[in-house]
Design a protein around this ligand. Sequence first.
Ligand SMILES: [Zn+2]
Ligand SMILES: [Zn+2]
Length: 341
Amino acid sequence: MKALFYPAWDRLEMRDVPVPTPRAAEVLLKVLAAGICGSELHGFKIHAPRRTPPLILGHEFSGEVLVVGPGVTGYRAGDLVAVNSTISCGICDACVDGDPHVCPTAEVFGTKRPGAFAEQLAAPVSTLIPMPADVTPLQAALVEPLGNGVHAWSMVRRRFPETVVIFGAGAIGLFTLQVALAGGAGRVALVDVSPARLEVARGLGAERTLNARTDDVLAGVGDFTRGRGADVAIDAVGAAATRDLAVKSIRKGCECVWLGLHDDATTVGGLDIVLGEKAISGSFAVRPRDLHAALALLGAGKIRLEPWVKTFPLTEGVEVFTQLVTAPPDDYIKAVLLPQA
Ligand SMILES: [Zn+2]
Ligand SMILES: [Zn+2]
């Protein structure tokens, strides 16, 4: 089968590789669509040890069951599925507590085990979610990044915040924007450094956009919130600077969610948090319930993928991935590879 293979640091190539054999409690899937994630682009760029080659990347995908392995019940050949990118142990404290996404021994497709930038892949049956009839394979491939937005929004305690500021108009930021609007946010402002991305955000319902390169962000947030500060800020970048701005954007007694993964070390004002009774929640990956909610939002037509998600045949994977790493295009934000095209 064809795969977009990552043989060594800084290299990618289309290669013929053996079709995997499903082990016990696994199925062999035909990959129908697989999104290229920012974490993979970033990991490729910085040689992240989490994704050490040789490897096949890809963890956001949908598929069709081709073969069921030994001991699999509940699925058969021909079933269409969305997939949880995280494979958890099921028995540790986190898993038993209903937090399998933070299972300490969790594996992710395309890290230690082969990912979805290939025609086929073997997946544990525990990761599968039946694809609803009103959801397309392209939509189903995006439940994981959309689920990240659902998960981040689920951290927000205020159910109907008047004003929300989201930092980052990449895929996660744009999904979080749409989830927030579907989930009770009154008015949302988006902050990014790309005019093209901010334009997309306005098309998806952001009432105000701020360019962090050219605008005074905190003054803009002040204007957007009539001088009050935002009820909620969500940082979908993860830079030290955006985390700090998120904390400064909210008013006293309000809350931030951090889900971007860009930097580790971060400085925020301790007195601002204590005296302002500000809360910061971390948000990582998804719970299974977030994926089900994401599928429901997609099926209900509440999440727009136009004009910012673009599909390419898997055979163009090297060019597309390289372009996204080196010079992200202005005409789309998220690339999805179609291995069967
Ligand atoms: Zn991802
Ligand atoms: Zn576990």
